[in-house]
Design a protein around this ligand. Structure first.
Ligand code: ATP
Ligand code: MG
Length: 395
């Protein structure tokens, strides 16, 4: 019965020129999301509103699901649209709408009318009042409550007449493409996909870098990361994933440096390489799934030691989250099941029994000097052999 959707979006803080950019990006992202499902959809802006018109057949559930993956949408209102054939005809349509949508008639309601064109014979107050009376007459169990109604019935007189009363929640945020690009360090864990999701939610386009260490990490571990990138891409749009072979660098660090410093030194090289890839691909910041105190490499001292090699900003959206809060988001966005698949992680292969938790930068620098002979060459090789794949979405 619904032939169109009204798209509600947050308007606070998007004024002037930014509003246009926001709306145009939102229209584009909605169209991209709907391109991936069956049906013909026309997304249009009209008098400060965004509508999705449906041509022909479509699957309601699938369409709502696609729209719920578009950042920037706060609410989705399925609409019935009728031609203006006078008030009597409209009243019939509204009554059959209420009948179909509210099987249980024990509800309170309020009619909100907007007269978008002044040539309609009744003004908005009169429409609300008369329509309210018609509904009460048709359904004796329904009651009007103007202060705190269960159902807000909207009637908008525009070119056509829009009838809607249900608003399905969207995921909020800003449309992807309104806030530049960042490089996500994506591992197979629970945290980094969530960190990527949260940053994309602020309108940021994602690229991702994954460090693998064959044969110590398997193809299956790599596939898990590709799967995670594809799942995040359902929200963020297609993600270019750069896969870096990290084995030689890891082995070299293992050979030359004290084992309790391995994780920190390794993480410093990951950040450096991710940053080089970010610069080469127009990303302005790095993103990690780090959270204070979660593991030895995420104490505040360790984070400082890792951060020292970065010249671009590093976004750590989970920095003060408890693990359970992160798990809750992972469950909501559908990455959790994949993240907990038991495949070896390149970080955990060479971990020391007692890693340093308060690395001293002077000591780390001294250890890294022992890598002088080959490390530059190894980093260059790793960068030259990057495999890049696009995960998720069709553009
Ligand atoms: P996650 O659940 O995201 O794997 P974690 O709790 O396992 O995080 P660490 O292994 O210390 O934590 O990694 C911290 C962050 O470093 C990750 O969130 C991720 O951003 C990045 N990272 C770790 N390992 C890799 C990897 N192999 N490839 C790319 N990024 C990585
Ligand atoms: Mg990890």
């Amino acid at each position: 019965m619904f032939k169109a959707f009204l798209i509600k979006y947050g308007e606070i803080g998007i004024k002037g020129k930014n509003r246009h950019l926001f709306e145009d990006a939102l229209v584009r992202q909605i169209q991209l999301a709907l391109n991936q499902i069956d049906g013909e959809f026309i997304v249009r802006k009209e008098s400060g509103r965004i509508y999705v018109d449906i041509v022909g057949e479509y699957d309601y559930e699938e369409t709502i699901d696609a729209l719920q993956h578009v950042f920037g949408i706060v609410g989705i209102a399925p609409m019935v649209q009728v031609e203006d054939k006078g008030f009597e005809h409209l009243a019939e349509q509204v009554i059959s709408y209420m009948d179909a949508v509210y099987k249980d008639k024990h509800i309170t309601f309020k009619v909100h009318s907007v007269r978008g064109r002044k040539n309609y014979p009744l003004n908005s107050m009169e429409i609300s009042r008369d329509m309210g009376a018609r509904i009460l007459a048709a359904f004796p169990d329904m009651k009007v409550d103007v202060h705190n109604p269960q159902v807000n019935l909207h009637i908008e007189i525009r070119q056509k007449i829009n009838i809607f009363s249900k608003v399905i929640p969207g995921c909020g945020g800003m449309p992807v493409g309104t806030n530049g690009k960042a490089m996500l360090l994506l591992s197979g864990g629970i945290d980094s996909p969530v960190a990527g999701y949260m940053t994309a939610k602020r309108g940021v386009v994602l690229e991702a870098t994954y460090f693998h260490a064959p044969p110590y990490t398997s193809d299956r571990a790599k596939q898990k990361v590709v799967d995670l990138a594809s799942q995040v891409a359902k929200y963020a749009g297609p993600i270019k994933l750069h896969i870096v072979n990290f084995t030689a660098i890891q082995l070299y660090i293992y050979e030359k440096c004290p084992h309790e410093e391995l994780t920190i030194i390794m993480r410093r090289y990951m950040m450096k390489i991710a940053q080089t890839l970010a610069e080469a691909n127009g990303a302005l910041a790095l993103i990690t799934g780090e959270s204070i105190g979660q593991v030895a490499s995420q104490t505040i001292h360790s984070l400082c030691a890792t951060n020292e090699v970065c010249t671009m900003p590093v976004f750590r959206p989970l920095i003060s989250f408890d693990k359970q809060d992160i798990v809750d988001i992972a469950l909501k966005i559908g990455t959790y099941e994949t993240s907990i698949q038991p495949f070896e992680d390149c970080c955990t292969i060479f971990v020391a029994k007692h890693p340093v938790t308060k690395p001293n930068l002077k000591i780390i620098h001294r250890s890294e000097e022992k890598l002088a002979e080959q490390i530059e060459e190894l980093v260059k090789q790793a960068l030259n052999t990057v495999e890049t794949i696009v995960c998720g979405g069709i553009e």
